[in-house]
Each structure stands twice: as C-alpha cells, then as structure tokens.
Write a protein that binds this ligand. Structure first.
Ligand SMILES: NC(=O)c1ccc[n+]([C@@H]2O[C@H](COP(=O)([O-])OP(=O)(O)OC[C@H]3O[C@@H](n4cnc5c(N)ncnc54)[C@H](O)[C@@H]3O)[C@@H](O)[C@H]2O)c1
Length: 381
C-alpha cells in the first residue's frame, strides 16, 4: 500500500474523552500515523500527552495556529488533522487548517452556527480539500445494512420514524467533584446555543437521515432544562415532518436515569420495519408484514457480502464503538489516498459523513432552538 499517511490532532489530551477513541480507530486499519499535535490549551499537558504518544517534540505545538502554520511549511506536512476540542473552537480551528491546505476530520456539532458551517464548506471547496465530520455511529455494520434494506424498498414506503438518544450522565445536580466535560457542555460559551440537542440530538438526526435518506420538511421542538445551574437544554422532544409525508418523533436526553448511551431507532414502512439499538449494535430486528419478525446478527447469511467484506471483527464476535469509528475513518483515509494519487474521486468514495452532514446538523440545532423559543411552534426547515 506504500507509506502510511500522517495526521495531527487538536485536543484529545490525557483524560479527555473522545481523542483517544479517534486515535484507536485510526490505528485499527494502520493506514495513518499520528505525528503532530496540540492536545490541550495548556502546553505542559500537550507535551505530556505527546511524550506518551511518542511524538517528536518538534511537532508538539502551543496552539492550533502555530501547528497549522508550521505543519504547512513542512515538505512532510500532515495529510489531515483531527479536531476533537469542545464545540466553540471547531470553526476557527478547521478554518485555519483548511486555509493551510490540510484535510480535516472534525467532531460534531461541526460549529456553533449554520453560517460558520457553510463558510467552512466554501473554504474546503475552494482549496480542493476533503472534510469529514465524526458522526461515528454511521460506521456500524448493522446500521449500514439497515440503510441497504431501506434502499432496496424491503420495508416499503417509510411512514414513521421513532428515535431517541437518551443518557443519564447529566441527571445529577452537577459538579459533584470537577467534571469539565459537564461544565463546558452546559455553558453557551463553549457549547453554543444548545447542549443536549447539539451534543446527541444531532446524532439522531444524522443516523435517521443516513438510514432513510429522508429530508426534514418541518419540525416542532420543546427543549427542557431540568438541572440547575445548567444554562442550556438537557432534554428535548422533537416532532418531525419529512419530505415524503412520513412523520417522526425524536427524543434526546441527558437526564434519563437508567440509560447510559441508548441511541435507538424504529423505522416503520408500508411493508415492514427495522429496529436497531446502539447498545446491541450487532443485531437488527427486521419485520415484514404477515411474517414473523426476525433478529439478524452480523454473521447472518442475509447480510450482503459488500458489508461483510468490511468487517474487522468476524460475525459472532462483538463489533463496537471503536470499529464503527474506524470504518468512518477508513473511508475518509481511503479517499485521501486516492486523491493523493491524483485519481478522480467518485460519489462512492465519499461514503463517510461529509461537511454536508455537518451543515445539516447545524441547521437541525438552529431550527430546534428557534421552534422551542417560539413556544414550540412548527418551523419550516
Ligand atoms: N462523535 C462522537 O460520538 C462524540 C463523542 C463524544 C464527544 N464528541 C465531541 O467531541 C468534542 C470533544 O468532546 P470531549 O467529550 O472529548 O471533551 P473533553 O472535555 O473530554 O476533551 C476536550 C479536549 O480538548 C482540549 N482542548 C480544549 N480547547 C482546546 C484548544 N483550543 N486547543 C487544543 N486543545 C483544546 C482539552 O484539553 C481536552 O483535551 C466535542 O465537540 C463533542 O461534541 C463526539
């Protein structure tokens, strides 16, 4: 395959949540190596993380500006950067790397405003750069198989979608001990105009859009704030009208005691339905009208070979979060490799969450907030 690609990371210092998942996911396919970073706003922390990761100290930087500028001057500049910082810094960081002609993988929510997200798309387009957004759940095999079932029309015309992403981690009156992740998420300065919808509601919106291909036509949201002194929503109920006439209900919550990361959906069509749950990600319930329902596993003969060909973990063993994340990265990295070879990228090469998905997410957040602020009225999308 030739030499590995190289990448840098912004955020993801020791003790942070998602940076290490990105690094493990990239390592799984061994096509890219971490060679530079600014892992924290605190340089001592960046140095400590960088040393642990065996990165050459010359490529550990005080901030993202210095990193983008210095990396872009090098003959062996990084092939892409992974941005895994809190929401409010995504825009300025991604912009700087795009302007330095470096491909970007950025965490969700893509930015703080829709306008910023659209601006990033324009800069990426002008500079002919690839831009992925870390909608990690789209990497799960059975979710990809669910998309195939809907595409083939096996459940007929979609009538209704019921999806939730509920968790309990912000249910306690906060800051029992220091939890910076809780702190920044409930602070508009770092999180933006929403906490819960921006943090996990966007995953619902993205996963449903990925599996069904449906577009939202209008929505009606009620965003709640149960826990004081949080400044932003920690629970939301959202009604959806889709462009094909289908309806939906989304529920995102961080106060649902008894749930850790319950991202689930049911998609109900005229001929059948599919149901999937992130915590039981290796299975998909498929029901066809007048037939007994079946629960398919990843190893089932019904699952298409083109999906099985991408397995890292064989059927019958558990595929998890890191493998799903790795599939998203692998597709992004394969596209960079192809582009580096000077080959033309086709639509099938872009089967990872792109900047358009990031923009959709920002539109979703803004429309939910607008609806909720107007007394939960229906808002055109
Ligand atoms: N895709 C997913 O499934 C998923 C899961 C969790 C979090 N996220 C997203 O990932 C991002 C980070 O979330 P987290 O839970 O890992 O947060 P965290 O608080 O655990 O970690 C944030 C990291 O960013 C560093 N940092 C902050 N500002 C920085 C800056 N200006 N320059 C360099 N480093 C900086 C911090 O030192 C820390 O290492 C958020 O946007 C969140 O929405 C996505």
């Amino acid at each position: 395959m030739g030499k590995k690609l190289t990448y840098g990371m912004v955020g993801g210092s020791k003790g942070s949540q998602i940076g290490i998942v990105h690094r493990k996911a990239i390592n799984l396919h061994s096509k890219a190596e971490l060679v530079s970073g600014t892992f924290s706003r605190n340089f001592k922390n960046t140095l400590a993380t960088g040393r642990e990761l065996k990165i050459d100290e010359k490529r550990l930087y005080k901030n993202y500006e210095e990193m983008a500028e210095e990396e872009s001057k090098r003959a062996d500049t990084i092939d892409f950067v992974s941005i895994v910082t809190p929401n409010s810094s995504h825009f300025e960081t991604a912009k700087k790397f795009l302007e330095s002609r470096i491909n970007v993988m950025c965490e969700k929510p893509l930015t703080i405003t829709l306008k910023e997200a659209e601006e990033l798309k324009e800069i990426a387009r002008k500079n002919h750069l690839l831009f992925a957004v870390a909608y990690s759940y789209t990497g799960y095999s059975m979710l990809r198989y669910a998309r195939e079932i809907v595409r083939r029309g096996e459940i007929g015309h979609v009538r209704f979608v019921n999806s939730r992403y509920i968790s309990e981690w912000m249910a306690k009156v906060p800051f029992e001990g220091k939890n910076s992740r809780h702190e920044w998420r409930s602070d508009p300065k770092f999180s933006g105009i929403s906490n819960c919808v921006a943090d996990i509601g966007v995953h619902i919106q993205n996963v449903v859009s990925f599996v069904t291909g449906l577009k939202i036509k209008s929505l009606c949201a009620r965003m709640d704030k149960f826990v004081e002194p949080d400044k932003l929503d920690d629970n939301a109920s959202i009604l959806i009208n889709f462009d094909n006439g289908a309806k939906g209900i989304y529920w995102s919550s961080q106060i649902s005691i008894g749930h850790e990361n319950s991202l689930d959906f049911g998609i109900y069509g005229t001929k059948g339905s599919i149901e999937w749950s992130q915590e039981k990600a290796n299975y998909l319930k498929v029901s066809k009208i007048d037939h007994p329902f079946v629960t398919l596993s990843r190893g089932s003969k019904e699952v298409d070979d083109f999906i099985k060909e991408e397995y890292v973990t064989p059927g019958g063993h558990q595929e998890g979060y890191v493998e799903a994340f790795a599939r998203v990265y692998d597709k992004f990295i394969n596209a960079i490799i192809k582009k580096k070879k000077g080959e033309i990228l086709e639509q099938k090469d872009l089967d990872f969450p792109t900047i358009d998905d990031g923009i959709d997410g920002m539109r979703f957040i803004e429309k939910c907030v607008e609806s909720s602020n107007k007394g939960s009225t229906w808002i055109k999308y």
